[in-house]
Write a protein that binds this ligand. Structure first.
Ligand code: IPE
Ligand code: IPE
Ligand code: MG
Length: 251
């Protein structure tokens, strides 16, 4: 068995985003219903949230349900919504025990009323926590978010509080759902596919991408640590040369 890789705790990504994929295939491989995969995925969420909090990661964004996922069969959508309600209800005490605050990005107006209410309560009840900030992307897609941002900016232009020639990157960033949250340094996608699937397109301009073949219900802290080790082995250049980056480090 491979031993866990060494990671530098002083150089952790502040913000990790995860596309939790592969639940359906995990269940189907075992001869079960897709919902069985989602149910087992909850244990991975618990484990990875706890792992991220223990390590000292500041922000963890989990892609739990996309705008496009509304188009799945009705039984799967309602099963996922019920699972969401149950899980949130159960997990609030653990979040509080671990000093974790919860927030949501996405179009919550599309969620069933009980799910929206449960979420709102959990967000309120954990709002004073100062440790890990856990962000659930629910009914979220990046193109939806960008469309909403454009509408907000267009309204400001219309009421003349912002001139078109003065629109800045800061105006864009403050009109996105992630306003105030640093861009993710590390994205992990589980489940073996190599794509972004409409997640944080604007925010991931310079994010390091790690793709894991592990399907989400099997993903654990050690896999998170492995992804962080991979992240830490890379040189982030942000358009500059490797030499410039190295010189900056030593000087
Ligand atoms: C990810 O797993 C969870 C959601 C999208 C809600 P999937 O349900 O997409 O699982 P696969 O990709 O079909 O295996
Ligand atoms: C991405 O997974 C969305 C979530 C994990 C919530 P999908 O399973 O929906 O992505 P595609 O369809 O394979 O691109
Ligand atoms: Mg999938």
């Amino acid at each position: 068995m491979n031993s866990a890789p060494e990671i530098n705790k002083g150089k952790l990504p502040r913000h990790i985003a995860i596309i939790m994929d592969g639940n359906g295939r995990w269940a189907e491989e075992k001869g079960h219903d897709r919902l069985f995969g989602h149910l087992n995925g909850v244990e991975s969420v618990r484990n990875v949230v706890e792992g991220a909090a223990e390590l000292g990661v500041e922000y963890l964004t989990l892609y739990a349900f996309s705008t496009e996922n509304w188009g799945r069969p009705q039984y799967e959508v309602s099963g996922l919504m019920e699972l969401l309600v149950d899980t949130i209800k159960k997990e609030v005490p653990t979040l509080n025990k671990n000093n974790i605050s919860l927030s949501v990005i996405g179009d919550v107006s599309l969620l069933p009323a009980n799910a929206a209410a449960e979420l709102k309560e959990a967000i309120n009840e954990t709002s004073k926590n100062t440790g890990l900030s856990l962000i659930l992307a629910l009914s979220y897609s990046s193109r939806w978010e960008i469309l909403e941002m454009v509408k907000k900016i267009a309204a400001k232009v219309k009421n003349e509080s912002l001139l078109p020639e003065n629109i800045s990157e800061e105006d864009i960033e403050s009109a996105l759902c992630t306003s105030g949250i640093p861009d993710p340094e590390l994205l992990i996608r589980t489940g073996g596919d190599y794509r972004i699937s409409n997640f944080l397109l604007y925010q991931m301009a310079y994010t390091e991408l790690v793709f894991s073949n592990v399907k989400w219900p099997d993903f654990r802290k050690k896999d998170l640590v492995e992804a962080i080790a991979d992240f830490q082995s890379r040189q982030r250049r942000f358009g500059k040369t490797g030499q410039q980056i190295n010189n900056n480090k030593s000087g």
